[in-house]
Design a protein around this ligand. Sequence first.
Ligand code: FE2
Ligand code: FE2
Length: 171
Amino acid sequence: MKSIIDSHIDKVKQFSNEGWSLGVCHGVSHWERVERNGLLLATDEVNRTVVRLFAYLHDKWRVDNEEDLEHGKRAAENLPALRGTLLAWLTDEEFALLCKACELHTVCHSTGNLTIDTCFDADRLDLMRVGIIPDPEKMATECGKQYAANMELFYADTGTNEEYYFFDEEY
Ligand SMILES: [Fe+2]
Ligand SMILES: [Fe+2]
């Protein structure tokens, strides 16, 4: 049975998908894998709700599939408009963490905050879809570094393999 949080997150996912026109590279299949990766990386200190929401919101305000370094900042600027509706159920602390994680994911490698750093690594562990092998030096968490240094372990723990990430769709 779905939990209340699952239902809230489903609505956020629907919101992000509405009007999405940039294809699959930064679209819903990527967001689902970022959520999966984040839950895999999350230690007890990590706020899983924030990690799951980051997955569905961090790329929502991209304007193209190029580098678009401003899309993190744009996400943080747009999230307050959802605070009274889609994100009304979050605590102030969760909302602040979500905004920071989205804002910084385009410009920062690590923050020292485990929840935010888990968001970053969850996203980076999906770089395989664009043919980039994650660099252990650029990961923010211990677990992220271990996976980047041993992708076979990551494939085993996610039930995937290298071919799974071969990205050949138009975007
Ligand atoms: Fe992004
Ligand atoms: Fe992303």
